[in-house]
Design a protein. Sequence first.
Length: 212
Amino acid sequence: MKTRIALLALLLAPSLGYGQSFVQSFADSFNPQSPFDPSTYKPQTGKERWREWVKDDGAGPNIYVMSLGAAAYKQAINTPSEWGRTPRGYLRRTGSSLASNVVQNSIQESMAAVAGTDTRYFACACTGFFPRTGHALKMTLLTYNHSGHLTVDIPQLSGAYGSSMIQDMWYPSSHNPLVQGVQGGHIEMGLIGGIHLVREFSPEWKRLLHLH
């Protein structure tokens, strides 16, 4: 019996070693390179923060696209149900989503200005699908402080969950800001991750769509 176990171990050893090597290589692929050396980092200036705030809250197309998309999704699942699946209901959902996005951007930008954290997205200085994807998702929860070092992105988290809970305050009374509001914050964080992925792979998307 012991001889059989020993022979089996000898036969499986190479495959086990290969498996461990593959797992380690796969894990290492999720270790993205920082976009820059902290010593070369230049924090956002007040003018840059103001321009980004204005762009995010109406000067750029993103807020309108996101608001229309969110309204279409809520129209499809009919939430809040009191508004119905009617043209009037869609307009109300669009207005609600637009207001929520303004609140979210305002919370994030103002808190980031006070805390000295960066609201910009920096693409990974790495190559490969998995490292770049890992970087994009990591930056959903993290950002850079005034010294160029990673820190938890409290302003972004506060904006996502805070705006969702505030939005539920003007929804019908069946919606609870502490229940549906937190659930909406989870969805919002997922959307932020999706936006980061689009930004990370935007050069490839532009080449694919022949955009300049």
